[in-house]
Design a binder for this molecule. Structure first.
Ligand code: CP
Length: 346
């Protein structure tokens, strides 16, 4: 689904009404470059701010976390981010709520709104779940992963990680009027290879939509079972490279993905064959990409898509990604509740 872009003095360019709420973040495509830069700037400013003043920004505002799927990083960082801004949070999980009794997503959302929730952070196994919830509640909805579709805050924290490594001054422009952090050429000449279970990956999709807008070339790598040709049909700046070693040798960033066993639906994979073809080992990294930044959204499966040595090694930015997630999520929660926002939806 494509978000409508509205300027105040021009008619809508698309029939799609989404997002209904300007604070929502359903897709990375909801964000103009101005808004993207605003989020990156606010992430840095909020990260630097004294916690004792930062927690006045959203004091006593109410944020609901609605999680229908397991999560460690996303759920924890959204909750810590909301609390760091002073908001009250309530967690509703499918395992300990009336969702178990059959309550629908729409009714759950309406009840959270009736309880005073001002924004909902949603993870759902249904691709499009965040759009459904936003349409039902008209609240700001932050998509924390919808099925095999999108995970926009993961792509934003991945971008912040890439910028921190490849564009070192990107976090220092805040308040200095030195121009945007991210523009159409910011990642020109940078190749990002995403390897693994692309078919089931909302992380891959959001990164495929975001990184080429900043000039990066995205290579997708994996066997045809996990990466059908259709996955990249007509996506500018994105192409398939089946040969992992060829892709790695061209990469400044090697983003590895877990095989999502919970979504394979009977698909059989020979894991020894997979590892032989696509595992990121210390030997491959040293030989083919000794300067590449190694990334992974987590959870990592050591010894499958990546060796423990690479995950813990000097090229790994995996835990830095997690830390960047906290700053990014502070910025998008602040935006959702209308604090710190500049109206620049171009
Ligand atoms: N990257 C990510 O979404 O991790 P979690 O599933 O633990 O939230």
């Amino acid at each position: 689904m494509t978000a409508v872009r509205r300027k105040s003095n021009t008619p809508p360019v698309s029939a799609s009404p989404f997002p209904y709420n300007p604070g929502s973040l359903l897709s990375v495509n909801d964000l103009s470059l101005d808004e993207l830069n605003h989020i990156l700037e606010r992430a840095t400013a909020l990260e630097k701010q004294d916690p004792l003043t930062r927690d006045r920004i959203l004091i006593k505002r109410r944020v609901a976390l609605l999680f229908y799927e397991a999560s460690t990083r996303t759920r924890t960082s959204f909750e810590l981010a909301a609390k760091a801004l002073g908001a009250d949070t309530a967690l509703v999980s499918n395992l300990s709520s009336s969702i178990e009794k059959g309550e629908s997503l729409k009714d759950t959302g309406l009840n959270l709104r009736a309880l005073g929730a001002e924004a909902i952070i949603l993870r759902h196994s249904l691709s499009g779940g965040a759009w459904l919830l936003e349409e039902s509640t008209r609240l700001p909805v932050l998509n924390a992963g919808d099925g095999m579709h999108e995970h926009p805050t993961q792509a934003l924290l991945d971008l912040r990680t890439i910028l921190a490594h490849l564009v070192p001054n990107s976090g220092k422009s805040v308040g200095k009027k030195v121009g945007p952090i991210a523009g159409p050429e910011t990642l020109a000449g940078v190749t990002v290879t995403i390897t693994g279970d692309i078919l089931h990956s909302r992380v891959a999709r959001s990164n495929m939509l975001l990184l080429p807008r900043l000039g990066a070339q995205v290579l997708l790598c994996g066997p045809k079972e996990l990466l059908p040709e259709i996955a990249v049909a007509e996506t500018p700046g994105v192409r398939i490279e089946r040969d992992f070693e060829a892709a790695l040798s061209r990469s400044r960033v090697a983003m590895m993905l877990r095989i999502q066993a919970e979504r394979l639906a009977g698909l059989q994979l020979d894991l020894d064959e997979y590892k032989a073809g696509y595992q990121l080992t210390g030997e491959r990294l040293a030989r083919l990409a000794p300067k590449a930044v190694v990334m992974h959204p987590g959870p990592i499966i050591r010894g499958l898509e990546i060796t423990g040595g690479v995950a813990d090694g000097p090229q790994s930015a995996i835990l830095e990604q997690v830390t960047h997630g906290l700053a990014i999520r502070m910025a998008v929660i602040e935006r959702a509740l209308g604090a710190g926002r500049t109206e620049k939806r171009v």
